[in-house]
Design a protein around this ligand. Structure first.
Ligand SMILES: Cc1c2[nH]c(c1CCC(=O)O)Cc1[nH]c(c(CCC(=O)O)c1C)Cc1[nH]c(c(CCC(=O)O)c1C)Cc1[nH]c(c(C)c1CCC(=O)O)C2
Length: 352
């Protein structure tokens, strides 16, 4: 077989997938949580035409365009599917609305009777436009770039399903977990199964990796964290891999802090996301050296820009460099971020 022909058949792995396979790359691959969104003028323009936020998520042509906007502008190493973690409760039959300027609103699930209204299984047909978006983006994206699919972790999604809203409203879910642990466990199990199905569908549609976002579990005390965050996420990883062997997975338990060592010991993910507040050197020593760490530039340093941003990037590169890493923020890009600061961050990472 000629050299040329062989080359043509080899799929060259992107930097993100190589880092998730345990390679140390200098410079590391870079992408940002919430890299698409309201800080970008081209997003706001398209959003104004799309109607509601969920309409945008469920219109493949537009959702694919929004996914690609930050790649065109910044040449990032990975695109993340434009969707939301709350499409899962939607596909389980819970009413989900996005109220302009206020965030998500759901019909809260406070007791067994309300839990009984949920579907037993996720309706993947209702999410067909999401998987079509994945395959459109994968065809449009250069092979050197990875496409990341995602879901919310069961605990984080449950906080929205129980409270009916976001923000600092995790108390209703925590109360339910203490008062009716069997009911809460059933809700978490329902979400584990739904998350596995949703992630497998994204991987089969062309996603190269998936990230599990646990935005709120960091606040839990260790015993509750082990039960409602670590165990369900570990189960999702194992069940996804049973259906898609070799699937690449990033687990982001935001603000796990000292709980990270046990979390990373129990969760068989390829990479672990770190929040802004983590001590990165402590985190590095707490996780097997072959697993990639991802993070954790302060999104507020990205708003500030200038030399403060350069320093924030350098500190992350110094703390996580020399091992497999992915440069990201410690949480999503904020709406007030000047778009040119993202270009500065990418240039700094690449040593330009
Ligand atoms: C908790 C959570 C949600 N959604 C998500 C999380 C986990 C990560 C985190 O902690 O931020 C995850 C998410 N949400 C969105 C993405 C798309 C991909 C990306 O660019 O990262 C991802 C990965 C788009 C979005 N999801 C949402 C928007 C804004 C919608 C708009 O344009 O009006 C976007 C771009 C809406 C959303 N969706 C959610 C909230 C609380 C809100 C309202 C707050 C806000 O508006 O920022 C739930």
């Amino acid at each position: 077989m000629g050299e040329r022909r062989r080359e043509g058949r080899v799929k060259h792995a992107s930097g993100l997938i190589r880092a998730l396979s345990g390679e140390t790359l200098t410079p590391p691959p870079v992408w940002l949580m919430r890299q698409a969104g309201r800080y970008l003028p081209e997003y706001r323009e398209l959003r104004a035409k799309a109607g509601g936020f969920l309409d945008l998520c469920f219109t493949p042509e537009l959702a694919a365009e929004v996914t690609l906007q930050p790649i065109r502008r910044y040449d990032l190493d990975a695109a993340i599917l434009f969707s939301d973690i709350l499409v899962v409760p939607h596909a389980l039959g819970q009413e989900v609305r996005f109220v302009e300027g206020e965030g998500p609103r759901l019909d809260p699930i406070a007791d067994r009777k309300e839990f009984g209204r949920l579907s037993d299984e996720i309706d993947l047909g209702a999410l067909a436009p999401v998987y079509e978006t994945v395959s459109r983006v994968r065809s449009a994206l250069d092979q050197s770039k990875a496409l990341i699919g995602f879901c919310g972790a069961p605990y984080t999604v449950a906080t929205y399903m129980v409270a009916g809203r976001g923000g600092d409203e995790q108390a209703p879910a925590r109360l339910l977990a203490y008062r009716e642990p069997e009911l809460f466990a059933e809700l978490i199990d329902r979400l584990v199964a739904a998350s596995v199905a949703h992630l497998v569908a994204q991987l089969r549609a062309g996603a190269d990796a998936v990230q599990i976002f646990d935005s709120w579990s960091g606040d839990l005390p260790p015993g509750e964290f082990a039960r409602w965050s670590t165990a369900p996420i570990a189960e999702i990883c194992a069940r996804v891999r049973a259906e898609v062997p070799g699937a690449k997975i990033i687990a982001f338990a935001r603000g796990a802090g000292a709980k990270l060592a046990d979390f990373a010991g129990a969760v068989p993910a390829d990479g672990f996301g770190l929040a802004t507040s983590e001590d990165l050197r402590v985190a590095r020593s707490a996780v097997y050296a072959s697993r990639a760490l991802q993070g954790a530039v302060d999104p507020i340093a990205l708003v500030a820009g200038g030399e403060a941003l350069d320093r924030a990037v350098d500190e992350v590169l110094d703390a996580l460099g020399g091992y497999p890493m992915i440069l990201n923020l410690g949480h999503g890009v904020r709406q007030e971020t000047p778009p040119e600061h993202v270009a500065r961050l990418v240039a700094r990472v690449r040593g330009a």
